[in-house]
Design a protein around this ligand. Sequence first.
Ligand code: EZ4
Ligand code: CO
Length: 401
Amino acid sequence: MKISDARVVVSSPGRNYVTLVIETGDGVIGVGDATLNGRELAVAAYLRDHVCPLLIDRDARRITDTWEYLYRGAYWRRGPVTMTAIAAVDMALWDIVGKSAGLPVHQLLGGAVRDGVMVYGHASGTDLDALEADFSAHVDQGYLAVRAQCAIPGLDSTYGVSKSGAYEPAGGSRPAQDVWDTGLYLDFAPKMMARIRDSFGDRVHLLHDVHHRLSPIEAARLGRSLEPYRMFWMEDPTPAEDQSAFKIIREATTTPIAVGEVFNSIWDCQELITNRWIDYIRTSVTHAGGITHLRRIFSLAELYGVRTGSHGPSDLSPIAFAAALHLDLTVPNFGIQEHMNHPAGAEQVFDTSAEFRDGYFHPGDEPGLGVTFDEEAAARFPYNRKYLPVNRRLDGSVHDW
Ligand code: EZ4
Ligand code: CO
């Protein structure tokens, strides 16, 4: 089971993805996702120039030792680039071990504790009527939980809302510029949720992403104003690196709090979890060190009554989504999994066995992760430089995006 080759493939089948392919001497191929939106080539170079050469001749079955070797062995720990690179190696090794054992990865993780993984979809609209129509379409497709985002009247652009077609935040060979005004947002957000509850009742789970835009006391006000609408969660109310800010929000409101899509390690969420300042931890399999590390974060969370809610945007590849589903199936403290459809071209490159039915996803029972990566197809979709937007207040100063 010695690793004989490791290579990085950057492709753009509708959007950019970085994929790590690891091969063993006996011909088993494993794949991992290494996509860091807007900074893809940094991870590709980290893998290609610094990690792949170290993998050759290592035993593919020693997953934890390889993780430790790449994390502790680098001396320079953590950070999105490093942890995304380690994650890709980790996913690919779990895939290889699953394939060689003839078992789906969730069996290697102790087996399923649930029959399916509840996911939430994304509804958005350029106004409340359009949001209601999109929300309704998601309910019709079978989603039991839906995130609602709506353009804020008076602002030219709003996070989570596309002017045409599916929402995709990355675009342009220069970052697009969004605009922000806290007052307009805080006044509008409760109206948005009132409209959804009026139209759809209380049965469907309702989520909302604040996307790091508020101060702690503003987030406290938002949380209180949303209490009548029984949110499943409010996501990323404040910039997440300021962990003690969440104490203020926590003490002011019963609206559940979800955080963590920008975290890379267990250390980034240690205070949030052990102080019980949050309800859901949203670290992703790609940006938080792979299955091996995400499992540790989720176990820490379990100890403190915090549930999982993994980030699952279309800017993580179908490999990452499959890896998340395998883990989600096995963790007792699972909460919910984010789901966004991948762009149409992705189907030509990533063939996944994951299936959606009646609000739940299942990764399938194929050995490994259940995703086949077509390198020839990927070569038809060359890298296309794209940036996430930057955000400015009405006075022109930069705000958190
Ligand atoms: O902005 O994945 O909850 N989902 C999100 C996403 C993130 C993008 C950033 O690449 O916040 O839309
Ligand atoms: Co988010």
